[in-house]
Design a protein. Structure first.
Length: 322
């Protein structure tokens, strides 16, 4: 009964909205404020001072008490104004490996003519990063979120808060931004050697596609060199196609799910494939990836590495592309 009432009160007060895209403006209805422990202590001291001034008819005591009370009221106004009317949007998070921590960034725009001081961003209410935002400018602040499993990681509800200027009040706003981070499988330790190169002609063969004689067009895949894109075909609304050449051949290999030892668990297979992707990229090889339901055609370079790791991260997550 108590938990249900607490949840209803929480929903009524803070109105959870779910992930929000675009720019969020922190209007008056989105900023909350309460006194801190120091603020409550300050109020208790003022009450004692007022009681003593009344009891002993101290004129200077009244003056000091009311002066400090006015200071406290002004501090409340400035604390609220330090957070109100800011524009907040989500930044991009770099992919990480499972077991690491992802860093999510938030862009804070100050449309006003006064500097906003000591704005903190936190997720767990324990660790926070702080930033000052100059007038009519934008600043970036981040928070770290643990990434224990592969897949798509979302930061959940973040808290943007401030205690400026005197620390007597705590003003905050809840942010649930529509942003995510891709979490790759944790690469297995080095040990299992790369599989041998394979083409249609068997193991140990070569690719059969060189850089000398034009042999045709194929569908464009992310990671193909822009120099090999058939731009004239694209201008004729035929889509993006890549030129193929015959002549000098390059060594290639397929990183295949079926080439892993039988009986290996799914997550172990993904970790080993991630290790192979990193090893093949480090060796400068042309490689492709084949896993159940997904095929990444042979290419090379940073884009190919990221494409393969992304396919491994999203394997059977039911989310598809983020």
């Amino acid at each position: 009964m108590y938990a249900a009432l607490k949840n209803q009160l929480y929903t009524w007060l803070f109105r959870p909205r779910g992930p929000e895209g675009g720019v969020i403006v922190l209007g008056r209805r989105r900023v909350f404020i309460l006194p801190t422990r120091h603020g409550l202590t300050f109020a208790a001291v003022l009450l004692l001072m007022l009681t003593g001034s009344i009891n002993y008819t101290l004129s200077l005591g009244f003056v000091l008490t009311f002066l400090l009370a006015a200071l406290g009221i002004n501090a409340m106004i400035y604390t609220f104004r330090n957070l109100a009317n800011l524009s907040v949007s989500g930044g991009r998070a770099r992919p990480v490996y499972a077991g690491d921590s992802a860093r999510f960034t938030v862009n804070i725009e100050n449309p006003g003519d006064t500097t906003r001081y000591s704005l903190g961003l936190t997720r767990d209410k324990k660790n926070a990063d702080f930033v000052d935002v100059a007038p009519r400018s934008t600043a970036t602040v981040g928070t770290v979120v643990a990434a224990p499993r592969r897949g798509i990681l979302r930061p959940g509800r973040l808290i943007l808060y401030t205690r400026y200027p005197l620390g007597l009040y705590y003003a905050w706003s809840y942010l649930e931004l529509d942003m995510h981070c891709l979490v790759y499988p944790r690469p297995a330790p080095p040990g299992l050697a790369l599989p041998p190169a394979v083409t249609s002609s068997g193991e140990g063969a070569e690719r059969g596609q060189g850089q000398e004689d034009f042999s045709g067009l194929r569908q464009y895949y992310r990671g193909d060199s822009p120099r090999h894109v058939a731009w004239k075909a694209a201008a004729r609304d035929q889509g993006l196609l890549t030129k193929q050449f015959a002549g000098r051949a390059d060594t290639e290999l397929w990183l295949d799910w079926e080439r892993l030892p039988p009986g290996m668990a799914v997550e172990d297979r993904l970790s080993q494939l991630a290790r192979w992707v990193l090893d093949a990229h480090a060796a400068g090889l042309s490689f492709g990836l084949r896993i159940p339901g997904t095929r990444v055609d042979i290419a090379t370079g940073e884009t190919q590495r990221e494409h393969c790791l992304e396919a491994l991260a999203l394997f059977e997550t039911g989310t598809g592309k983020p």
